[in-house]
Ligand binder design. Structure first.
Ligand code: FAD
Ligand code: NAI
Length: 471
């Protein structure tokens, strides 16, 4: 250790990096974490998961009051209005509280925060603001940033063509908003602004929204969002955008090519995916190369091709999700400390925090059939509609369903998909069951509390073998 300043230097203090740093310090390693932002917590806490959920929660309550949902339950509000400043204020408070919390945890665990941008100068040294630091181990956790769209220039300060960061900061509700990309960010932030009054059009290149999710879920979600007032232009690509005065003019055409048309909007959100942050990191000096997608490849233990350099989170392959980054951070720190850190990448839940929520874990039905060599009979599916779930019915939440996908021979659960008001919470039990290698019968014979939305998971599991009770 005498040869190095630190046992571990983590580059990036997002959910991957800050968690890895805390775990490494807990394991007795002398640890520092480099972060160039003013606050810790990375994309997730500063401009991602947390601020988007603060706006999603507040806008959902606003819509329930504004569209008469609350009145139908006997909660009458005679005079109501939107106070966007307060809504934005509570978003900022949530970010401030949580990012400050990480700073506290760093102090508590004796993780040193090196403020500034890190760049490798050799495989064992980095430069931060003109100062050199050496470490026995480096963890690259630099995360990701917005993928730019050619001919569509984002200017968050103007608030007309924005990315997700700009869309969180709007100081006025746009009358019309075009979302480019019907993925997670487009639907979550599109929901926020639709709920408070914007007319939202989603332009999606593919023939359906939410790529990567189960086919039936994608179709049903589209129907539900349309009912809520979203307009979808599927199989359509944006070829350019200009700003004229306070409006954006978008040029779109069919994805397969054809006649172009223009759409005018007060605000355009570019949300076509994210790309790994590797620029300016001096990876050439460290001897690390990138794959075709610009990601750093690692082995199962999160080791890169260079001894002593590890990588986790959005900068490596896999879903770009905060909890995936966190689990990788813990496992990576444990591996550095000589323990056995493992992440089961087959069981990583994903949640879209719209209303209703959309969640899944494991394989889609399409993937399960493909994995079985295209043999449909190799997979059994059980479904249960939320309409038939007593709690959802009582709460006036009829939309959605649960789908359990199991191996037809072994009955082992391969995937679970949920559209329900609380799907994000429900999916945890499915992930845990799958982690323990559960069969659909195991879930079906587990006692679930009544009345809960989770009973729909039990019933869908019962439906795998054709015996649900309430249908
Ligand atoms: P990041 O969180 O991106 O952190 C990397 C950090 O490294 C950054 O702070 C960056 O400043 C710093 N950094 C980069 N390069 C350097 C350098 N050279 N020197 C010093 N510092 C550097 N995921 C979910 O699971 N749930 C959600 O609800 C969710 N909502 C999201 C909403 C939005 C709008 C967005 C944009 C993303 C959302 N995500 C969500 C994705 C989630 O934010 C990311 O998957 C997660 O933050 C990745 O963590 P990370 O640690 O790999 O990287
Ligand atoms: P995404 O990959 O979810 O969706 C992008 C969409 O844009 C896709 O449907 C794609 O087909 C479409 N697209 C690509 N190019 C296009 C073009 N030129 N014109 C029209 N459509 C085009 O990416 P998104 O929404 O930007 O989110 C980025 C990442 O952030 C995701 O990978 C996600 O994992 C993460 N995230 C997670 C959240 C959550 O867990 N709730 C919330 C927000 C983001």
């Amino acid at each position: 250790m005498a040869d190095f300043d630190f046992d571990v230097i983590v580059i990036g203090a997002g959910p991957g990096g800050y968690v890895a740093a805390i775990r490494a310090a807990q394991l007795g390693l002398k640890t520092a974490c480099v972060e160039s932002r003013e606050t810790l917590g990375g994309t997730c806490l500063n401009v991602g998961c947390i601020p988007s959920k603060a706006l999603l929660h507040a806008s959902e309550l606003y819509e329930e009051a504004a569209n008469g949902t609350l009145a139908k339950l006997g909660v009458k509000i005679d005079k109501m209005s939107l106070d966007l400043d307060t809504m934005q204020g509570q978003r900022k408070d949530a970010v401030k509280g949580l990012t400050g919390g990480i700073e506290f945890l760093f102090k508590k665990n004796k993780v040193e925060w090196l403020k500034g941008h890190a760049a490798f100068t050799s495989p064992t040294a980095i430069d931060v603001g003109g100062k050199s630091y050496t470490a026995k181990n480096f963890i690259i956790a630099t995360g990701s940033s917005v993928t730019p769209l050619p001919n569509v220039d984002v200017d968050n300060a103007k608030g007309i063509i924005v990315d997700s960061t700009g869309a969180l900061e709007l100081s006025k509700v746009p009358e019309t908003m075009v979302v480019i990309g019907g993925g997670v960010i487009g639907l979550e932030l599109g929901s926020v602004w639709r709920r408070v009054g914007a007319k939202v059009t989603v332009v999606e290149f593919l023939d359906q929204i939410l790529p990567g999710m189960d086919g039936e879920v994608r179709k049903d979600a589209n129907k539900i969002f349309k009912k809520q007032g979203f307009d979808f232009k599927l199989s359509t690509k944006v070829t350019g955008a200009t700003v004229k005065g306070k409006k954006a003019i978008l040029t779109v055409e069919p994805a397969a090519g054809g006649k172009a048309e223009t759409i005018e909007a007060d605000c355009v959100l570019v949300s076509i995916g994210r790309k790994p942050n590797t620029e300016g990191l001096g990876l050439d000096k460290a001897g690390i190369t990138l794959n075709k997608r610009g990601q750093i490849e690692t082995d199962h233990d999160f080791r890169t091709s260079v001894d002593g350099i590890w990588a986790i989170g959005d900068v490596i392959p896999g879903p770009m999700l905060a909890h995936k980054a966190e689990d990788e951070g813990i496992a990576c720190a444990e591996n550095i400390a000589g323990l056995t850190g493992i992440v089961n990448h087959d069981v990583i839940p994903s949640v879209v925090y719209t209303y209703p929520e959309i969640a899944g874990v494991g394989l889609t039905e399409e993937q399960a059939i493909e994995k079985a060599g295209g043999e449909k009979g190799a997979v059994k599916v059980g479904k249960f509609p939320m309409m038939a779930n007593s709690r959802a019915k009582t709460n006036h939440e009829p939309d959605g369903f649960v789908k359990v996908i199991a191996d037809a021979t072994t009955d082992k659960v391969l995937g679970v998909w949920v559209i329900a008001s609380v799907a994000g919470t429900m999916i945890a039990q499915a992930a845990q069951a799958m982690e323990f290698g559960a069969t659909s019968e195991d879930i079906a014979y587990t006692c679930h509390a009544h009345p809960t939305h989770s009973e729909a998971i039990k019933e869908a599991a019962m439906a795998v073998t054709g015996k649900p009770i309430h249908m």
